[in-house]
Design a protein around this ligand. Structure first.
Ligand code: SD4
Length: 293
């Protein structure tokens, strides 16, 4: 059915991320190397205000990062509420490969980064983030705005030519969140889930709404029961809407999925969600369908 290798990544920055992932595979890297290299590209993208240290800060003016990585054999690692680390995805990989744990947060994650020789960056907002933060402080209104300020998390899922799957997800989370808030991206099963026997899924959008339904795990389990990736994504969106019904017009969330045959699916609550799909020859943006039109 589908072509392998195959990569799916959220939003426009998914294009260069997919390119980096495909290159990594071509140069002999593993599928885990590929999904790490892919989103590292986004973590360095200064134009992206929702991923990496250039991301918009929380209410206190501090940028804190969340990331997770998972392999199709069930190995996984994540970090949350991390400061001053440029590549939280690589730190998540350290958690997966070098510790007996799955999730390490905050100061402990920074200590791990230091122990592993990660550079610790100066805590300083980028000029663009600072400008946006100061403007936000004038009113300090917190309301998640769909598809405008909170839409740039990168979630990537991929499969190599042999059918091994992996995924990665990295974000600065929602802008102007409460200090210490953690979203879906570092929560295995919410922002990311991968199982070589079935398929993989990742999420973007309002993390709280995604955690509530264990979105990515739900999609993989629906595929295990025989749904196509597209049907599974649509069902997850339906479930999300049912569980977040009171304020659904303010909530955007989108899901990406692939199964082990290389079939793909994508669906969102509202219009505006797009993703990049790459094989070794091809890399293109696709608009996802949505529940509300
Ligand atoms: C979060 N899911 O922290 C992230 C935000 C996001 O695209 O996906 N933006 O809730």
């Amino acid at each position: 059915k589908g072509e392998k290798p195959l990569f799916l990544s959220t939003w426009n920055h998914g294009l260069p991320a997919n390119t980096a992932a495909v290159e990594k595979l071509k140069s002999g890297g593993s599928i885990i190397d590929a999904v790490e290299a892919g989103v590292k590209d986004t973590e360095l993208d200064l134009s992206n205000l929702s991923v990496g240290l250039q991301g918009l800060p929380d209410r206190e003016g501090i940028t804190t990062l969340d990331a997770s990585i998972m392999s199709g054999d069930g190995s996984c690692g994540a970090v949350a509420f991390v400061r001053q680390v440029k590549h939280p995805i690589s730190l998540a990989r350290v958690v997966m490969e070098k510790t007996p744990h799955v999730l390490i947060v905050g100061e402990g994650a920074k200590q791990l980064a230091i122990a592993e020789g990660f550079p610790i960056e100066k805590e300083e907002l980028s000029p663009e983030a600072k400008k946006a933060y100061l403007k936000w402080k004038e009113t300090s209104q917190y309301k998640p705005i769909i598809n405008i300020e909170n839409h740039d998390t990168i979630g990537m899922i991929g499969m190599d030519a042999k059918g091994n799957m992996a995924g990665s997800c990295t974000t600065s989370g929602l802008s102007y969140k409460m200090h210490g808030r953690v979203g879906d991206s570092p929560i295995i099963g919410a922002g990311l889930f991968v199982d070589n026997e079935v398929g993989a899924a990742t999420a973007t959008g309002l993390g709280e709404s995604i955690i509530r339904i264990c979105g990515s795990f739900l999609i993989v389990e629906l595929m295990r029961q025989g749904r196509t990736p597209q049907e599974a994504c649509e069902e997850a969106v339906k479930r999300l809407i049912a569980k977040n019904n009171t304020n659904i017009k303010d909530i955007q969330a989108g899901f990406l999925a692939m199964n082990k045959d290389g079939e793909v699916g994508a669906f969102a609550v509202h219009p505006g969600f797009n993703f990049a799909q790459a094989t070794s020859q091809n890399n293109q943006m696709i608009d996802s369908g949505s529940h509300f039109k």
